[in-house]
Write a protein that binds this ligand. Structure first.
Ligand code: HEC
Length: 144
């Protein structure tokens, strides 16, 4: 009997933690990602540490060198494509808002955890003027 009560309490607590994470990932998160979105607030920390040196804290990038992530349709588009770019890096010509870039984006696979990748992508998709849904750890793991 006591065990049953303790178990019920655990389940209730776990549910609470999850729903507060969901709230911080942004109200506009898609239904699929709402199941278990990564925390966008953890993503802010990853972003400052690993991304802002190139893409800037404002998400505006550096003209001619690093593309903006704010107001970038790739960032707020298909989550699978964004996950693949962050995991594998990107090299070659890309055009963002009519400006061309041909730099080298490092690969983050193995450099930071899949959890951190999910969190930082949730952050960039819902920050500045971006309002796309977060991504979950499961989504990141499913993109090889
Ligand atoms: C050393 C500089 C550098 C760092 C650090 C960096 N990026 Fe990039 N990123 C780039 C460059 C350069 C490109 C464009 C690559 C090209 O021209 O092909 C890019 C492209 C991207 C794109 C694709 C944009 C598009 O329109 O196709 C995304 C998404 C992205 N970066 C996210 C991130 C995230 C998230 C991080 C941190 C985990 C990060 N970047 C860290 C340099 C960087």
């Amino acid at each position: 009997m006591r065990i049953a009560v303790a178990l019920a309490l655990c389940v209730a607590l776990a549910a609470c933690t999850k729903s507060s994470n969901a709230a911080s990932a942004g109200a506009s998160a898609s239904a699929a990602a709402m199941k278990n979105p990564a925390s966008a607030s953890d993503g802010a920390t990853v972003y400052l540490t690993d991304c802002s040196s190139c893409h800037q804290t404002s998400g505006q990038g550096v003209s001619g060198a690093f593309p903006p992530l704010a107001g970038n349709a790739v960032v707020t588009g298909n989550p699978v494509a964004v996950i693949a770019i962050v995991k594998d890096g990107l090299e070659g010509r890309v055009t963002v808002n009519n400006a061309a870039y041909s730099g080298i984006m490092p690969s983050w696979k193995g450099q930071i955890s899949d959890d951190q990748i999910a969190a930082v992508i949730s952050y960039i998709r819902s920050s500045w003027t971006n309002h796309a849904g977060g991504v979950s750890l499961a989504q990141v793991q499913s993109v090889k």
